[in-house]
Write a protein that binds this ligand. Structure first.
Ligand code: CA
Length: 431
């Protein structure tokens, strides 16, 4: 799944369309910019969509999109019903981090990644220029589009227009359509090439159109930034995006750790401090391999994404650079661990525990219980993010429990019982 879909699916809200906004003005019959005057696109007979097109044209012209490009690309445009269906789909069960990571790292994917790492003889040049490890770029490429194979066949303008007209992340979607128009106006790519995921992510490393404009590079030197057909351009552009996200040359991204009995799990997702501060607390490196001086001096955050019973990681700054690419702990861990395997590093020492996914109702009930008990979960929305985990840690600490911030079914049950709110989750075996 492309990274935008990952974020947007996670954030997907109600399926009902937003109320119809008032029109900015009457639909124009002609469009003009500079000396160009062209006929405006004909209405298609869908009141919401026609009104959106009329309003959007005013905005696009004010942002200096040429009238002829605008009229040509919007002419005959219709909403794509598949996009709204995809946007409305909210999975009933959230995927535990361990399940996501295990899904990212298959033996076949590792083998293909290793073959690509050996075959792509220009990769060391990308690594030299940007300082991003080649195995990380291969892992991003694998996760985003299965090594370029699944770039998506949705027309970017139609997908984004469908979202915008329905009032779904309208500002963002309109900004992306304007970026697509700029790409077309500059002749860097044609409309036919501008196909991608249903959220408009483009090319082998799934760039938002605005990211393409700001960040894509021509690495193979043919004068075009071709993130669709040129793997050199796509992976160098991904490296450039990571550098913009704070990537630090020569450093790793995360290392698996073993934590001692009695470790204060309230420190997870907490302070960032270098390796010696963690080893002073009894943490040790799971694989026993030495750390570089750079890595040992870098600020690291301890992560236990499956709670005290699962693997622990010291997340270094480059882990957070990967989150710039996709703001998700699961994504950054998955890409980083896949990169480690592609580079021939050993699998995890501590396996992911079997995790029971919690239903949306259970997650909501747990958040409502935290709020009732005076621990702010950052809203009752079923999204167990950093704020909910922090509230949970405070509650666990106050009850003398390991403060790992991990919402297991058993913890959810206890929260609901204590607060006396919502529906208690079905009884589960102790874990
Ligand atoms: Ca090129």
């Amino acid at each position: 799944m492309d990274r935008r879909a990952f974020i947007i699916l996670t954030l997907a809200g109600a399926a009902d369309p937003a109320p119809l906004p008032p029109p900015v003005g009457p639909a124009p019959e002609t469009l003009s910019s500079g000396d160009t005057q062209v006929s405006a696109p004909q209405p298609i007979g869908d009141p919401r969509f026609d009104r959106w097109v009329a309003d959007f044209m005013v905005r696009a012209l004010s942002e200096d999109i040429p009238a002829d490009v605008l009229a040509h690309e919007l002419s005959g445009l219709t909403p794509d019903p598949r996009i709204l269906a995809l946007d409305s789909h909210q999975p009933e069960f959230s995927k535990p981090v361990g399940d996501y990571v295990k899904g990212v790292i298959s033996d076949a994917r590792v083998a293909t990644g290793q073959r690509k790492l050996a075959e792509l003889t220009w990769l060391p040049q990308v690594e030299t220029r940007y300082g991003v490890a080649a195995e990380v770029l291969i892992a991003v490429w694998a996760v985003e589009t299965a090594f370029g194979a699944t770039q998506g066949g949705f027309d970017a303008i139609r997908s984004l227009a469908t979202l915008a007209a329905a009032g779904r992340r309208q500002e963002w979607a309109e900004g992306q359509i304007i970026a697509v128009m700029r790409i077309i106006a500059s002749h860097e790519a044609t409309r036919a090439q501008l196909k991608g995921s249903w959220t408009g992510a483009l090319g082998q490393t799934q760039f938002e159109p605005s990211e393409y404009l700001a960040t894509a590079v021509d690495f193979d030197g043919d004068g075009r930034r071709d993130v669709w057909g040129s793997t050199e351009d796509a992976l160098a552009s991904a490296a450039h995006l990571l550098v913009k996200g704070g990537w630090r040359r020569g450093e790793r991204w995360q290392r698996e750790m073993i934590l001692p009995a009695g470790f204060d799990y309230g420190l997870t997702e907490g302070p960032t401090q270098p390796l010696p501060a963690w080893t002073a607390l009894g943490a040790r490196t799971a694989d026993g391999m030495a750390w570089s001086d750079l890595d040992a001096a870098a600020p690291g955050m301890m992560l236990c994404p499956a709670g005290a019973g699962g693997p622990a990681f010291l997340a270094l700054p480059n882990h957070f650079a990967l989150r710039q690419y996709n703001n998700s702990m699961a994504y950054a861990l998955g890409v980083g661990l896949l990169a480690d395997r592609i580079a021939g590093r050993a699998p995890l020492v501590t396996p992911w525990p079997a995790e029971t996914p919690l239903s949306l109702a259970d997650r909501n009930a747990a958040q409502a219980a935290l709020a009732r008990l005076g621990y702010d979960p950052g809203g009752v929305d079923g999204m167990v993010g950093a704020k909910t985990r922090s509230a949970l840690r405070q509650w666990q600490k106050a009850r003398g429990l390991p403060a790992d911030g991990y919402l297991s079914p058993r913890v959810a049950q206890r929260l609901v019982a204590e607060a006396g709110v919502g529906t208690a989750p079905a009884p589960v075996a102790p874990n």
